[in-house]
Design a protein around this ligand. Structure first.
Ligand code: NAG
Ligand code: NAG
Ligand code: NAG
Length: 355
């Protein structure tokens, strides 16, 4: 009797907690819906500032940011309301940045220098996935448990480190069975060559560094700070400081989505893309087919491919802008387009680690 009563009370408690969570979730959804539907006012901007912890230096700056915010909100609203474009935009943490500012915050090294000799130097001319024939119709490496949760590069242009790490984490899991979150900060602090930490850089430099060092530190012993720090790569010699050894990397033949498919059927792949555009900035769901050029300014990782219910083919990109951007941090982007470079140039420069 006593036990039944106790368990009833416990169940009742669970129920209350459950409803509380539901109510909280609901009010959050209503709030963000209101953010979209009501006309964009200073109050909306202030709510948004609060949500993202934004502080401006003075009233003048706040007014300037409000105007940009308003323009962006209007762009997003009109984009979403006109026809079905296959993907949607939403207000996110980039909403008070002009598209030029947003672009400038991406991989600066890449935008300034393009392909310096060392970065452009091909490691090998071989492409080990060339003769792959067992290509599944769809592939989602997340479902195979080889992809770590979405990370956030913050205000540091370290996308190149996140893309390198994502490709290696998955490769390490595929080859050894162990999924270990790895250190982007070690790469930010220690990789040299054409790469410059939070200013921007190249996955090629990062791969070379890891080969030379004989592994990369785990995230837990060398956590992410999002600012340039002094290199601590050789300070400690424990196993945790050099996990995930690789022998080198290879490039996928340029401008060839068929070749990219063979590679992604075998392992996640790092790709350079152009992300500095309005549609990319505010992408929230669907298969991205928006405006973008093919001059790379960002690096991400392809972690799969598929086809949606309208038979639109897509790639699955793992980004490093937190889980709030896109589809919980990921983007589905149109695959097999006419332009050989791929949408946003994603097939132009792709590479993957090898053992
Ligand atoms: C990347 O693409 C550019 C432009 O097509 C090319 O010049 C460069 O050599 C490529 N780099 C690599 C590593 O493939
Ligand atoms: C792919 O097959 C061709 C023809 O058999 C062969 O010459 C080439 O070495 C193979 N490539 C790889 C990476 O195994
Ligand atoms: C190396 O070990 C020392 C002493 O345990 C510690 O203070 C330091 O943070 C470690 N460095 C790294 C990169 O983990």
């Amino acid at each position: 009797m006593i036990t039944t009563t106790t368990s009833l009370i416990i169940q009742f408690h669970y129920l209350i907690v459950f409803f509380l969570v539901l109510t909280l979730l609901n009010s959050h959804v209503t709030m963000s819906r209101r953010l979209f539907e009501s006309p964009c006012t200073k109050e909306t901007h202030e709510k948004w500032m609060e949500q993202y912890g934004k502080v401006y230096k003075d009233a003048e700056e706040k007014e300037r940011r409000f105007q940009i915010f308003k323009n962006n909100v209007e762009y997003i609203k009109s984009f979403n309301s006109v026809g079905d474009k296959g993907f949607k935009l939403s207000v996110n943490r980039f909403a008070d940045l002009t598209v030029e500012e947003f672009k400038a915050s991406l991989n600066g090294r890449l935008q300034k220098s393009g392909w310096p000799e060392a970065a452009a130097e091909l490691e090998t001319t071989s492409f080990r996935h060339e003769n792959v024939t067992d290509i599944p119709k769809t592939m989602d490496w997340r479902k195979r448990g080889v992809v770590t949760p979405i990370k956030d590069q913050g205000r540091c242009a370290s996308c190149w480190a996140f893309s390198t790490v994502a490709a290696i984490e998955s490769f390490h899991k595929i080859t050894t069975g162990k999924l270990v979150s790895l250190s982007e900060q070690e790469l930010v602090d220690c990789v040299r060559g054409d790469t410059e930490g939070c200013i921007g850089g190249y996955v090629e430099d990062a791969f070379r560094f890891i080969v030379k060092k004989g592994g990369i530190a785990s995230e837990s012993v060398y956590p992410y700070k999002g600012v340039d720090k002094t290199c601590k790569a050789n300070e400690n010699k424990t196993k945790e400081h050099s996990v995930a050894k690789i022998k080198g990397f290879e490039n996928v033949p340029s401008n060839n989505e068929k070749a990219l498919l063979k590679a992604v059927a075998k392992q996640p792949v790092s790709v350079y893309i152009q992300a500095g555009g309005h549609d990319f900035q505010f992408y929230s769901s669907g298969v991205f087919n928006g405006k973008c050029g093919t001059e790379p300014d960002h690096v991400v990782t392809v972690v799969g491919y598929g086809k949606d219910k309208d038979d639109t083919k897509y790639w699955i990109l793992k980004n490093s802008w937190g889980i709030e951007w896109g589809e919980k941090g990921y983007m589905r982007i149109k695959r097999d387009i006419l332009d050989k470079k791929g949408l946003c140039g994603l097939a132009n420069n792709a590479s993957y680690p090898i053992m």
